[in-house]
Design a protein around this ligand. Structure first.
Ligand code: UT7
Length: 339
């Protein structure tokens, strides 16, 4: 599905926030847990360390910290939020939704709330969804959070996956901005035929948790890394080019690419495809690994807070993940609310 966001109120990001847990798990730590080494992990993925949630931290706790910072940055009060969308595959529990828990914690009394499941593309699915409500005039302020506590569903004995993932949360407050600013185009995609390539097979209605599940660890992340890699390289470039074209922009217009942080080699492929210099790419996979739906909003928040991203900059956000899914958005950055 591809769309250009014209014909309604322009929608932008009024403020961002992020949170990562304190505990750092380094490649050297992993060397003691599975048959791996720092050289392999860095050369194949670019990851040096990742964050792990404390035992008493669940998705809503991480989401809360990120949301508070985003609200503060935007100047929007929690009570004024109209909708909360939480993109996650590691919700606190199946129900109530993590967005319901977050709404209560924030005191966002008038907000509607729902979770969205699109794995690593979740934040882009969330931004696209949230934008529609503001564009058509139904709502004014939407909080979109990408949060994951992947450490809870990683098989810590599987070196193919356990070196890749980390925990964290990123948030954005969507609201009305001046015409010509904010989101210019979106693309969302799905190829369910690739569902088996990356999945948490057990724990749902197909295969409830039983002793066999716990034994074969099918409640943990399974991934066919090579196939996901090929898919990722293809869609990251395609989706980025598509949203630029839809927005009437060219590769030369891009000030910053904010890609999903799964693997530095996948990011490199998108960078090469767009012909960007490296100072135009936001990268933090080295520090946090793959935080799934949290990767893009955490990277975005860091680049906004350190002053790299400025008003008027053209951004491309792009991600891919389980489903298989992908999503991209082109935007002209401005956090200035249209009153
Ligand atoms: O958010 C979306 C989620 N997923 C992704 O984006 C992941 C996409 N895929 C990838 O990033 C890469 O495929 C990986 C980083 C997962 C793997 O890199 P690769 O270059 O595709 O390696 P490979 O799977 O082809 O494995 C190469 C070798 C294998 O050994 P053999 O069969 O050649 O003897 C693996 O067993 O590397 C071995 N290997 C490891 N060795 C040391 C796999 N994991 C490790 C490890 N340490 N942690």
């Amino acid at each position: 599905m591809m769309m250009k966001t014209n014909g309604g109120q322009s929608v932008g990001i009024l403020g961002t926030g992020s949170y990562v847990p304190e505990k750092v798990l380094t490649n050297q730590d992993l060397e003691k847990m599975v048959d791996t080494n720092d050289e392999w992990i860095v050369s194949r993925t670019g990851i040096k360390e990742r964050r792990i949630a404390a035992d008493d931290q669940a998705a809503s706790d991480l989401a809360y910290e990120a949301a508070l910072k985003a609200l503060d940055a935007s100047g929007v009060a929690a009570e004024d939020l109209d909708l909360i969308i939480v993109a996650t595959v590691t919700e606190d529990m199946s129900f109530p939704s993590t967005s319901n828990l977050l709404q209560d914690r924030l005191g966002a009394k008038k907000a509607a709330a729902f979770d969205l499941s699109a794995a690593c593309s979740g934040f882009l699915y969330g931004l696209t969804t949230g934008t529609q409500f503001i564009q058509n005039g139904m709502y004014r302020y939407v909080l979109v959070v990408g949060v994951e506590v992947l450490s809870r569903i990683v098989n810590w004995e599987d070196r193919n996956t356990c070196v890749l993932f980390g925990d964290g949360a990123g948030a954005a407050i969507l609201g009305p901005v001046e015409d010509g600013y904010g989101f210019l185009s979106f693309e969302l995609g799905s190829d369910g035929s690739g569902g088996d390539l990356l999945k948490q097979a057990a724990g749902g209605s197909r295969r409830p948790i039983d002793e066999k599940v716990l034994e074969d660890k099918s409640h943990c992340i399974y991934m066919n890394g090579r196939e996901v890699f090929k898919f990722a390289v293809r869609v990251m470039g395609n989706a980025s080019e598509n949203v630029l074209e839809k927005a009437g922009l060219t590769k030369e217009d891009v000030d910053f690419l904010v890609p999903h942080q799964a693997n530095i080699r996948i990011i490199d492929s998108a960078v090469n495809r767009l012909g960007l210099s490296y100072d135009k790419v936001v990268v933090n996979v080295n520090k946090y690994g793959n935080m799934s739906s949290a990767s893009i909003p955490v990277a975005l928040d860091e680049a906004v807070r350190d002053g790299r991203i400025q008003d008027g900059d053209i951004l491309v956000l792009v991600g891919f993940g389980a489903g298989l899914t992908w999503g991209a958005g082109a935007m002209k950055w401005s956090t200035k609310e249209k009153k």
